[in-house]
Design a protein around this ligand. Sequence first.
Ligand code: GUN
Length: 295
Amino acid sequence: MTLLDGKQTSLDIQAEIAEKVEQLTAKGFKRPHLAAILVGNDGASQTYVGSKVKACERVGFESTLITLDGETTEEQLLAEVEKLNTNDEIDGFIVQLPLPKHIDDQKVIEAVNPLKDVDGFHPSNVGKMALNLPCFLPATPYGILQLLERYKVETSGKHCVVIGRSHIVGSPMSILMGRNAYPGNCTVTLTHSRTKDLPALTREADILVVALGRAEFVTADMVKEGAVVIDVGITRVPDETKKRGYRIAGDVLFDEVAAKSSFITPVPGGVGPMTIASLIMNTLLAAEGKSALNG
Ligand code: GUN
């Protein structure tokens, strides 16, 4: 079993980007600038956005964090988005999800200038991704592709089963793994809450991507011997023995599934850090005025 070390791979990518930033600034170009909007005080979102801002500092980017209180109206948020759209200093920006219930996520996503949409959530980028055209790929799927590529995991002709059809992970992952590209060229099965006999399908998976957000859902009996297992889950499970009162669990019961896997991502230290690396890669591309085909 080989551990797909997202923490190290993410640091490797960030070191490569830091070098590119130095080259750019030496030539007189400005530093890439990422902005993030955080609405409300969800603990997990604060942690994620904090990690994104820290990564910007590490690679020599400028960063701007805009924090808005939970009472912010949709109209006020849309006005902030428009300010970033038209601010030439900002190369790319994200609006951290989830947003408070009174705000329509989709309306906000559609308000972002697709050329600054480093999350790859705008319908224009999603459509281009489906057509295999240059675009910003969403950070989590892009991070998983990077991990598969850097560990030279064979994907062509494999059966990839994805659990979860979220717009952020499962749905784009299913599109990307079916593309005529590397990583890709898989036969893909996208499963969700209405899927019948899920274990029968997961047992057929050469590559299993688990993104449903239920702690330790996938057990060894659901996994084929030698499978590649990608765990996207990050759930805070209450744990009195921990100082902060919780532990972080993935969607996969790690120890018993790892024993059957050829490659597996740990949680934490697998997909999570790769998401950060992808966002940084997309921001560099935005600053260079390109968007990635990533194929
Ligand atoms: N919430 C969970 N994942 C993401 C992400 O990749 N981008 C944003 N903006 N919000 C998220």
